[in-house]
Design a protein around this ligand. Structure first.
Ligand code: GTQ
Length: 364
């Protein structure tokens, strides 16, 4: 028996030496054994390097205004502080999450952020503005007020201007990490600082805002919404109407998706934008879903419990929720409503059949 055992052990040693030599030879021919990586490549549940984080407006705003003193809009091209995920591999790619980019942009009175376009799609959710600040998109000036959602879709020329006496500050949302993952980004400057204005101010807002009437003068736009500015005054009206009517979704309470009037689908193929209102003291259901999300606090204060930890937020803060993280929102005020704007790549996940969502038990 003893001798058989020894033989067996020698056999094992010989086998493991052979296996080691074999594995060592593989990189040289450009291959690797799947059996050592299978559980990483095909995880039981989605994994993500992203971690939750709250970017505090009380900290970001002064830093952004300081950038206004140190760096001109001309030097910067776009004067933006990127909201980077704490995970270095995500931050290196400009990621707020693995697939979403967010930043806070400042345009000072009299400045021009010159006209350019890129394949990456963007939107602006206005945080601070006075009359006279605008973004021009494909010949249309969209005047910007707090709470407005302004789209600058794939390859649309856009420049930003500020003819008011106050700084304008907004949240930028872009699909940059996703577009760059596909190695599909292009960028080009417009020949002049500002593009030519060819349409009346707020043309697309005035044309489409009625929602159930699409102008037959305009080409049908299936992929990107033709609306440049979704003004806050209309958003607020819709939220109010839904609150008064008691129209609540099972998970999020009163929530709307911003849509393309031609399709009823997402405003852009890569970015889905939402706005929700939470009644005083409201505590939403808990959920997890495959797309990561970035939330911006339009109004109010409260907290979000993400995978068991509570993240507090105040008005104008921005926070992220990673892929498949359990999350539930709490309006911390007993007297005031809270309003959250959010964006995800939901339309991408849905079109690729990757969207999954689960309502789960609350943790708080
Ligand atoms: O305003 O065009 O935050 O091109 C990042 C890239 C803003 C913009 C960003 C951009 C812009």
């Amino acid at each position: 028996m003893a001798s058989a055992d020894t033989t067996h052990q020698q056999g094992m040693a010989a086998d493991s030496q052979q296996l080691e030599a074999y594995l060592g030879s593989l990189p040289g021919i450009g291959v690797a054994p799947l059996w050592e990586s299978l559980a990483d490549l095909v995880p039981v549940e989605p994994r993500t390097p992203d971690v939750p984080f709250v970017w505090r407006y009380a900290e970001v705003r002064p830093a952004l205004l300081r950038a206004g003193e140190l760096v001109s809009a001309e030097e910067a091209e776009r004067r933006v502080l990127m909201l980077l995920n704490p995970t270095p591999s995500v931050a290196e790619r400009g990621g707020t999450t693995s697939t979403l980019y967010a930043g806070i942009q400042l345009v000072l009175p009299g400045e021009v952020a010159r006209a350019h376009h890129h394949v990456a799609s963007a939107f602006r959710c206005v945080i601070e503005a006075s009359d006279g600040a605008f973004t021009t998109v494909d010949g249309e000036r969209a005047m910007m007020s707090p709470g407005d959602l302004v789209l600058t879709s794939n390859w649309r020329w856009h420049d930003h201007g500020n003819d008011s006496d106050d700084p304008i500050i907004w949240l930028d949302g872009l699909d940059v990490p996703l577009v760059n993952f596909f190695n599909a980004n292009f960028f080009e400057l417009y020949p002049d600082q500002r593009q030519k204005i060819t349409k009346p101010d707020n043309f697309s807002t005035d044309l489409y805002i009625h929602g159930r009437l699409n102008p037959l003068s305009e080409p049908r736009a299936d992929k990107h919404s033709p609306v440049i500015n979704y003004p806050w005054r209309e958003t607020e009206r819709a939220l109010r109407a839904a609150i008064d009517a008691g129209a609540e979704s099972p998970v999020d309470g009163v929530i709307f998706e911003y849509t393309n009037p031609f399709t009823g689908g997402s405003v852009m193929p890569t970015l889905s934008c939402f706005v929700q209102a939470m009644r005083p003291g409201e505590h939403t259901q808990a959920r997890r879903r495959t797309p990561s999300a970035v939330y911006h606090v339009v109004r109010g204060s409260g907290s979000t419990i993400i995978d068991g930890s509570e993240y507090r937020w105040e008005e104008k803060d921005t926070f992220c929720v990673p892929t498949w993280a359990a999350h539930e929102h709490i309006n911390g005020s007993a007297s005031d409503e809270a309003v959250l704007f959010s964006f995800t790549n939901q339309a991408v996940y849905t079109s690729l059949d990757l969207y999954r969502e689960e309502v789960i038990e609350r943790q708080g």
